[in-house]
Design a protein around this ligand. Structure first.
Ligand code: UD1
Ligand code: UDP
Length: 381
C-alpha cells in the first residue's frame, strides 16, 4: 500500500480533488491510501464544505485552519503546518493541484523533505508574472517529480523551460512529464448527469424560461483595481439591458464592490432586476447554470474551460489565458477589463456555432491515467 498526501485549500482544488479520490475509492483502494490535508485557505461553507458533501470527497484528515492573510503570511503558515503533517504521516508522495498559495506551500514543504511531488494541472503558463498564480505554478512545477499536464500546450510550455520528455529515470532531478488530460473534464462529464437530477437552481433563480449570461469575477487584479472593476460592471450593466445576467459572487468580489465600485454604478447594479447576484453556488448548481446559459463572462480559469465543455461561448475578463487552445477555436475571446472590448466580444459571440468545439481536454479518464502513473512510479522504486 502506498500513501499519498493530497493538499487542497481553495475552491477549485477541492473540486479537482474529487476526480482522483473517486477513482482511488473505486479501483485502487487496495494499493493507494489518500490522506487529505485542507490548508483552510477557503473556509466559508459555500467555498469549501459544500463540495465535500456534494461531490462525495472524503472529509479532510487534517484542517490546518490557515484562513485569509497576505501572500507571505498565508503561504508561510501553510508551509510550517504542512511540514508538521508530512513529518508525522511520512507519505510516499505529495499531490498538489493547480496554482494557488496552497499548491506552492505543499510543493515547497514536501520537496525540502525529499518527498516526491506530483503536480496535477502542471505546465500551464500565462507568461504574466504579475499574477500570483504564475509564480506559484512555475515554482511548483520545478520541484515536482511527476507533472500531469492537462493539454498538449502545457507539455510544450514545460519543454521550453528545459523539461525533457521520454525519460527513463524519474526523480526530482529527472521529472516525468505526462499528458493526462484534464481532471475537470472528468468531473464535468461525471457530475453533469447528477446535476440534472439533483439541483433546482434554475427554478430557484427563476431561470427556467429565461435566457441568461453566467458571470463570475474574482481575480485580484480585477477586484482590487477600481478602474478595472468599474469598467467590468459598466459593461455588465449595458449587457443586462439585452439579457439577464446571473452572477454567483466570490467573497473577495463582494467585499471589494463595497469599496471599489462607484456609488451610482453600485446602486444601478444592486437595484437591477436583470442582474441576479447570488452567494457562491455549489458545483452541481454551477454546472447546471453553465449548461443552460447562453454565454459565460468570467475571469476564472476553471469557469472559462467549463464553458467550453458545455459548448458555450466565453468572454474572458483577462488580458491573457493559460488555456490558449480556447482562443484558437474562436469560441472564447479575451476582453481584459475593457468596457468596449467586453461589449464587442459579447456581440461577436452571440451567434457562435457548436461545431467549433473540438475535444482538447482528454477523454474523461484523466484521473484513472494519473492513478496508474502514480502506481507505476511507486512500483519502479
Ligand atoms: C484564490 C487563489 C486563486 C484562485 C481562487 C479560487 C491564490 C493566490 N489565489 O484566490 O488562484 O483562482 O482562490 O477561488 O492562492 N474569502 C472569504 N471566505 C473564504 C475565502 C476567502 O471571505 O472562504 C475572502 C477573504 O476576504 C480573502 C479573500 O476572499 O482575503 C481572498 O481569498 P484568497 O484565498 O486569499 O484568494 P482568492 O481571491 O480566493
Ligand atoms: N464554482 C462553483 N461555484 C461558484 C463559482 C465557481 O462551484 O459559485 C466552480 C466552477 O464551476 C469551477 C471552479 O469553481 O469548477 C472554479 O473556481 P474559481 O473560479 O474560484 O477559481 P479558478 O478556476 O479561477 O482558479
Amino acid at each position: 500500500m502506498y500513501k499519498i498526501l493530497t493538499i487542497i485549500g481553495a475552491r477549485p482544488q477541492i473540486i479537482k480533488a474529487a476526480a482522483l479520490s473517486r477513482i482511488i475509492h473505486k479501483h485502487y483502494s487496495s494499493s493507494l491510501q489518500e490522506v487529505i490535508v485542507h490548508t483552510g485557505q477557503h473556509y466559508d461553507e459555500n467555498m469549501s464544505q459544500v463540495f465535500f458533501d456534494e461531490l462525495n470527497i472524503p472529509q479532510p484528515d487534517y484542517n490546518l485552519n490557515v484562513g485569509s492573510a497576505s501572500h507571505g503570511k498565508q503561504t508561510g503558515l501553510m508551509l510550517e503546518r504542512i511540514e508538521d503533517v508530512l513529518l508525522k504521516e511520512k507519505p510516499d508522495a505529495l499531490v498538489i493541484y493547480g496554482d494557488t498559495n496552497s499548491t506552492l506551500a505543499g510543493a515547497l514543504a514536501a520537496s525540502k523533505l525529499i518527498i516526491p511531488v506530483f503536480h496535477i494541472e502542471a505546465g500551464l503558463r500565462s507568461y504574466n508574472k504579475t499574477m500570483p498564480e504564475e509564480i506559484n505554478r512555475i515554482m511548483a512545477d520545478h520541484v515536482s517529480t511527476l507533472l500531469f499536464c492537462p493539454t498538449q500546450q502545457a507539455i510544450k510550455n514545460l519543454e521550453k523551460e528545459g523539461f525533457k520528455l521520454h525519460l527513463h529515470r524519474c526523480d526530482i532531478n529527472h521529472p516525468k512529464v505526462i499528458l493526462s488530460g484534464d481532471v475537470m473534464y472528468d468531473n464535468s462529464l461525471y457530475f453533469s448527469k447528477i446535476a440534472q437530477k439533483k439541483s433546482d437552481i434554475l427554478k430557484r433563480l427563476s431561470l427556467e424560461n429565461t435566457e441568461f449570461v453566467l458571470c463570475t469575477i474574482h481575480r485580484n487584479n480585477n477586484t482590487d483595481d477600481p478602474v478595472r472593476l468599474n469598467a467590468i460592471f459598466s459593461a455588465l450593466l449595458k449587457i443586462s439591458k439585452e439579457i439577464q445576467i446571473v452572477l454567483p459572487i466570490h467573497p473577495r468580489t463582494k467585499k471589494m464592490l463595497e469599496t471599489n465600485l462607484d456609488d451610482q454604478l453600485k446602486s444601478q447594479i444592486f437595484s437591477n432586476k436583470d442582474i441576479t447576484i447570488t452567494d457562491p453556488v455549489s458545483f452541481l448548481e454551477m454546472i447546471l447554470l453553465e449548461s443552460h446559459c447562453k454565454m459565460v463572462i468570467t475571469d476564472s480559469g476553471g469557469v472559462q474551460k467549463e464553458a467550453y465543455f458545455f459548448k458555450k461561448p466565453c468572454v474572458v475578463l483577462r488580458p491573457e489565458t493559460e488555456w490558449v487552445e480556447l482562443l484558437d477555436t474562436g469560441t472564447t475571446l479575451l476582453a481584459d477589463a475593457d468596457e468596449q472590448k467586453i461589449l464587442s466580444a459579447y456581440q461577436e459571440l452571440k451567434n457562435t456555432s457548436v461545431e467549433k468545439f473540438l475535444p482538447y481536454y482528454g477523454d474523461g479518464n484523466a484521473a484513472e491515467k494519473i492513478a496508474k502513473e502514480m502506481l507505476l512510479f511507486f512500483q519502479s522504486k
